[in-house]
Write a protein that binds this ligand. Structure first.
Ligand code: PA5
Length: 433
């Protein structure tokens, strides 16, 4: 078996990249290893796949099995890092149309403030056995808190004194309103570790519980991430694709390529783009710096954004994620009349044509002056998605450090919150001058 992820690019020679970034990468690698890097108190995700306590994993599997048995629909409440990772993995690994009959439907709330969405969600779960997983590291984020207040009232009215069997809270070990509610009400709880920030938390119960509830093999997900930890542990940029990716991004930024587009040809991978955007956007976009992370789902977006990518302002580079092995395929039938003129394709399958379209697109964008990075992932399964998660996490941290920012804070996210509290006249809110 080859490497789970390979990286190809033709923008800069490996020797030049090593000359420009090799030493800096080594220094940052050792600062991350010793915890002396800026934000070092949030490096808990770095060896997390090897450190998930057996009893915690067993408990996640046990609670997931209980919810799967008792519920037809499970509502996961959270926003940002408290929902994107689980949604990304569930979407990437679930069938497009029909769920397996044993798998409950997993839906999300608290990631928006639409009253219409909530009303329709409540109507959708009516008459179905339901459970709620509420996730907030801080335990005080407004969007999920509002969703939980509404859904808790609904669940209490419906299930009375047995409601606690159907509520799980995942939050800080001791702080925040959600922890206090969980303690008072006796909900089942899991802890978000202090040293793991929201966008790096998909391999904690934050991601693992909803993913397991959806029927996805979390042990395989963790196995992939564990292999990534060991295979991406070298300080040597020439032998570490995650660090190479990080250096390349910074090199491209220094040449004026300010926008990175993550592109894939696998529709159910599109939510993973959203997780990736948060990971890189929140980690790097600060102090007036950073690459703007964008994404496209091809070939759909070839017919919308394709024109810009090919021919618009030359400030973009593109990172393609290609899965080598597809799960199922569909042949092209031969037609007697050939009125659509497609008989020339009838010895091919859709996935083969998808792959040709990917190559054709890469060639066109290369010709159009878009620098390309090509990541190939060995197989579309839980193991490889777990590997990919860690690949992007470790390269994101390295990339942010190369850029000269703290990857683990998000001071900008606070600004709009202050405005809401002021506008909604939150009791006790005092704006700092
Ligand atoms: O990555 C992050 O830290 C953020 O995106 C948070 O996950 C998001 O703001 C939600 O925060 P919390 O989990 O505290 O409700």
């Amino acid at each position: 078996m080859g490497l789970p992820i390979t990286l190809k690019q033709a923008h800069i020679s490996n020797a030049k990249l090593e000359e420009l970034y090799g030493e800096q990468v080594k220094k940052i690698h050792s600062e991350m290893a010793s915890g002396t890097a800026v934000g070092g108190e949030f490096l808990g995700w770095k060896n997390l796949p090897n450190e998930i306590p057996t009893n915690e994993l067993e408990e996640v599997l046990e609670v997931a099995a209980r919810l799967r048995k008792s519920s037809e629909v499970v509502i996961v409440i959270g926003v940002g890092g408290s929902y994107l990772g689980s949604k990304a993995v569930i979407d990437a690994l679930s069938p497009y149309f029909e769920r397996n009959s044993d798998d409950p439907e997993v839906i999300f709330a608290g990631q928006n403030l639409s009253g219409t969405y909530m009303k329709q969600l409540l109507a959708h779960i009516e008459g179905k056995e339901a459970a709620v997983i509420v996730i907030s590291k801080s335990g005080t984020t407004t969007e999920p808190a509002i969703a939980f207040r509404i859904l808790l009232e609904y669940m209490e009215n419906r299930y009375g004194s047995s409601v606690n069997e159907r509520i799980v809270a995942i939050t800080d070990k001791s702080e925040g309103a959600l922890r206090e509610m969980a303690v008072r009400s006796g909900f089942t709880t899991f802890v978000v570790p202090d040293d793991v920030g929201g966008r790096f938390s998909v391999l904690t119960p934050v991601g693992l519980l909803p993913i397991a509830v959806a029927g996805i093999d979390i042990e395989q997900l963790i196995a992939g991430a564990k292999d990534a930890v060991s295979e991406l542990s070298t300080e040597d940029i020439s032998a570490n694709n995650a660090y190479k990716y990080a250096a390349l991004r910074n090199q491209l930024l220094s040449e004026g390529y300010n926008v990175e587009i993550l592109a894939s040809f696998t529709p159910r991978f599109a939510t993973f783009h959203e997780w990736w955007k948060q990971l890189y956007g929140e980690s790097e976009g600060k102090d007036g710096k950073g690459i703007f992370p964008a994404s496209v789902a091809y070939p759909t977006d070839l017919h919308s954004l394709g024109q810009y990518v090919q021919d618009g302002q030359r400030m973009l580079f593109e990172t393609f994620v290609q899965f080598e092995e597809s799960v199922e395929d569909c042949g092209i039938p031969t037609s007697k009349d050939n009125l659509d003129g497609l008989n020339y394709l009838s010895d091919k399958t859709m996935n083969e044509i998808n792959e040709v379209t990917l190559r054709a697109t890469m060639q066109a964008h290369d010709d159009g002056g878009v620098p390309l990075i090509h990541l190939t992932v060995g197989k579309h399964d839980a193991y490889h998605i777990g590997y990919l998660i860690y690949f992007f996490e470790i390269s994101c941290a390295m990339s942010a450090y190369l850029l000269g920012v703290n990857p683990f804070d998000q001071p900008g996210v606070e600004e709009y919150k202050k405005n809401i509290f002021r506008m909604l006249e939150k009791p006790g809110f005092v704006e700092e001058k």
